[in-house]
Design a protein around this ligand. Structure first.
Ligand code: ADP
Length: 175
């Protein structure tokens, strides 16, 4: 397990060559918390691929094409970030895309316990792909996609939780 802060990120870079990270998740919808991890990841790694997972267990809130479109709008200014969707194992997606790192965010001890388990599975499937965690910024610590969905359901104000384009889309399209 590797947890980095912005202060020691150079230690995670390879001495030579390019390091590509994937940032997998549901992004249903993308939040300010996701974007904070992503922006910091794009400063650490040469390339970051946002990998939107088709999740067979979860019934999704937004169609995957919409999640992808919203994310693309959010990362337009980050020239080393691309958005893809995938079905299957995260480590296989990473390997096929030349990525050696899985980037994830940690908000609390519950995230930590969950992530540790997933990391163990991924490591046993492919030991050459490493998971790197960034701790959530305190100002985004309480934000989750599920909280956004719940607030929206009860017609609350989501403007502090998601980027402007996402808030506009949700308010217009989700009744
Ligand atoms: P998943 O369904 O795989 O957990 P999510 O879209 O919920 O996908 O989250 C993707 C990643 O972003 C996870 O590593 C998660 O911990 C992280 N994340 C989610 N919300 C935040 C936040 N507010 N701050 C930091 N990281 C977050």
């Amino acid at each position: 397990m590797i947890i980095v802060s912005n202060l020691c990120y150079h230690e995670t870079r390879k001495a030579e060559g390019m390091t590509t990270a994937i940032f997998p998740g549901s992004f249903d919808p993308v939040t300010n918390g996701h974007l904070d991890i992503l922006k910091r990841g794009s400063e650490i790694f040469d390339k970051v691929i946002i990998a939107i997972a088709y999740n067979s267990e979860k019934h999704s809130f937004l169609p995957i094409e919409v999640r992808k479109q919203l994310l693309e709008e959010c990362v337009r200014d980050l020239d080393n970030v691309v958005v893809e969707s995938f079905y299957g194992l995260t480590v296989d997606f990473a390997r096929k895309n030349g990525a050696s790192v899985i980037l994830r965010g940690l908000r609390n001890s519950k995230d930590f316990e969950y992530e540790k388990e997933i990391e163990g599975v991924n490591k046993s499937l492919n030991s050459r792909i490493h998971t790197v965690y960034l701790c959530a910024n305190p100002e985004f610590n309480y934000i989750s996609s599920s909280a956004v969905r719940e607030i929206l359901l009860h017609k609350g104000d989501i403007s502090g939780f998601v980027p402007k384009n996402v808030a506009e889309y949700l308010i217009k399209n989700i009744k």
